[in-house]
Design a protein around this ligand. Structure first.
Ligand code: SAM
Length: 367
């Protein structure tokens, strides 16, 4: 979309998918990070925060995040100080967001701080990362969302600086449609160089259709890994048949990957990690959505056949990683149990442990 001029703008239908995934992920993220004794502070940074709501009154990402914490059943167990940092370059939007911050702050746990910065994301982050480097300090565990209208101001070097901190993750918008349309425009060159931190994206100029898309998506994924991510997961937003943009989640932690896949499956129950407005929900209600677990069975077989006896934990971590599209609740009953029943796996359990259960410590051989 062309960047709107006004402070608040109409929300597109597909935008909802971005917020639904964020909401589901934060429901897991706040208690996991916020109750860990080691974490005195956790940060949710919304680097392109917007005004906090849309012209029709729908919530923007900062309000989604504050609401998830305000309504969380585990909010009393969260010992860490939760800091929301909302960065917004446009003064009118930042002011609007400050108004919403004032409304939400009293509803949040006592140890919550909210900072609204009327500034530009890369300059704020550059400053923060420079200070941390000078003090040889680490950033507190953080989820950093980067959701610009276009492709500028999301340099990969900043993402690398964030991911260099062990519990920091990013959720970044990849503006596919705009990128595809303006790939040859001279004014975009330097932004694309910054975004990919390489000039290899230029190869896509001579490509068309799926080949071009595959090249740019795989390149971005590879560059995020080079920037420090161990797991990279894309989620796609469609308007009808048109792929508008995608969100890339990048993390260093296998549990982050697993929880994000759970969030994505909840919003996209076909397992295609795509959101198309309201259609998916209707099909679930009709009972059409049914994950195809054959894909996971085959992936497990490819990975572990011939590997001897493997610990269940190793199997689960493989599934949690970005090497599969599945998450760990989809392993035991839907996949291992039928595989054991049909003799595709053998299981070594301690005496007294029941068949078709896969507790920690059991070992599996894929035949
Ligand atoms: C797509 S909107 C964000 C929407 C918001 N994340 C949400 O989901 O509700 C992008 C916002 O980034 C702001 N912006 C543009 N360039 C920026 C920059 N360099 N730093 C911070 N904010 C910026 C725009 O004014 C706009 O409000």
């Amino acid at each position: 979309m062309a960047a709107p001029e006004e402070a608040l703008w109409e929300r597109d239908d597909h935008t909802e998918g971005k917020h639904l995934v964020l909401e589901e992920y934060l429901k897991a993220w706040f208690p996991i990070l916020g109750t860990a004794k080691a974490n005195q502070r956790i940060l949710f940074v919304d680097g392109f925060a917007g005004p906090g709501e849309y012209a029709g009154g729908e919530e923007g990402s900062p309000v989604v995040a504050m609401r998830v914490l305000a309504e969380h059943a585990a909010r009393e167990r969260i010992n860490a100080e939760v800091v929301f940092v909302f960065i917004e370059k446009d003064a009118k939007r930042a002011d609007h967001l400050k108004g919403l911050r004032d409304e939400w702050l009293p509803k949040l746990p006592e140890r919550t701080r909210i900072r609204v910065l009327n500034d530009s994301f890369p300059s704020v982050m550059d400053e923060v990362l420079k200070e941390l480097a000078e003090e040889k300090a680490q950033m507190a565990p953080a989820l950093v969302m980067m959701d610009p209208f276009g492709i500028r101001d999301v340099p990969l070097t900043v993402i690398a600086g964030i991911l260099a901190n062990p519990k920091c993750e990013v959720y970044v918008t990849f503006m596919w449609e705009q990128m595809n349309r303006f790939l040859t425009a001279l004014e975009f060159e330097s932004h694309l160089d910054e975004m990919f931190d390489t000039t290899v994206w230029r190869k896509a100029i001579s490509m068309q259709g799926d080949e071009r898309r595959r090249h740019l998506y795989l390149l971005y994924r590879a560059q995020l890994k080079k920037a420090g991510a161990k797991h990279v997961l894309p989620f796609h937003l469609f308007k009808g048949q048109r792929r508008k943009y995608s969100l890339f989640f990048a993390t260093g932690h296998v549990l982050g990957s697993d929880r994000m896949k759970k969030a994505m499956w909840k919003i996209a129950p076909f397992g295609d990690f795509s959101f198309r407005g309201g259609t998916a929900d209707q099909l679930v209600m009709l009972g059409v959505a049914e994950p195809d677990f054959r894909v996971l069975r085959e992936a497990l077989h490819r990975r572990f056949a011939g590997a001897g006896w493997v610990k269940i934990q190793e199997v689960l971590n493989f599934v949690r990683s970005d090497e599969t599209m599945f998450h760990d609740s989809q392993v035991k009953v839907p996949v291992l149990k039928p595989m054991e029943k049909t003799g595709k796996i053998e299981v070594r359990r301690r005496t007294g442990q029941r068949r078709f259960k896969y507790p920690n410590g059991c070992r599996i051989r894929f035949l």
